[in-house]
Design a binder for this molecule. Structure first.
Ligand SMILES: [Zn+2]
Length: 209
């Protein structure tokens, strides 16, 4: 059943949070700075209740034998195996997203053993759900953040900008720690004039109504 549109919220903005999962925070594949970043993001979500018409959390949701794992020939330690503690959404952030106003949902990716899906838009079902929300909530701005900044956030950003050319993307860099210290994500931001890495003001171009 679809969530009814909340009349109190400012239309037009989506918050897209990439893979805020235990394994990437303090589990098998931790991103430096992720604990503070995800706790701060939870606080941000609570503080700006009403800013986002829609909040999407993505989650790596791998089979036990996923191709990206080192014992399957991939580059990463086993992480975010479906239904395990490591795949859980960071509880403080989950609470913040679902206790604040607006349409909130979790979308899985990387569910097939032989397919890597760094970008959420590589998953056809997830990409379709995001596109449907963009239309339904008349989204003109997407704020993107999450883990890891240089891997899945960057891949999702790059593909999202291609697939949704009418939407302006903004990276919330404070909530997007990277394995490489931020080099790749910052380079991408600097080479795309339409992107801003600032997180304030929250409601520029918007009026209170
Ligand atoms: Zn993964």
């Amino acid at each position: 059943m679809e969530t009814p549109i909340d009349k109190k919220i400012i239309p037009g903005r989506m918050l897209l949070i990439i893979d805020p999962q235990t394994d990437f925070i303090n589990g098998t594949l931790p991103v430096p700075g992720a604990v503070n970043a995800m706790d701060s993001l939870a606080e941000y979500v609570r503080n700006c209740d009403g800013t986002y018409a829609c909040k999407v959390i993505t989650a790596d949701w791998h089979p036990y034998g996923h191709m990206s794992f080192d014992d399957c020939g991939g580059a990463w330690p086993r992480h975010c195996v479906h239904d395990t503690v490591g795949a859980a959404i960071w509880p403080a952030l989950f609470d913040a997203v679902f206790s604040t106003s607006g349409d909130s949902l979790v979308l899985h990716k990387g569910e097939q053993a032989c397919k890597e899906e760094y970008s959420v838009f590589e998953n056809p079902y997830a990409a379709g759900e995001i596109a449907a929300r963009v239309r339904r909530h008349r989204i003109s701005h997407i704020d993107i953040c999450g883990l890891a900044g240089d891997i899945c956030v960057l891949s999702s950003l790059r593909q999202g900008m291609e697939l949704l050319p009418d939407v302006r993307f903004r990276v919330l860099t404070r909530f997007s720690p990277s394995i490489d210290g931020g080099r790749k994500l910052n380079e991408f931001i600097h080479h795309h004039d339409t992107l801003s890495d600032t997180i304030t003001p929250l409601t520029d171009g918007q009026t209170d109504q």
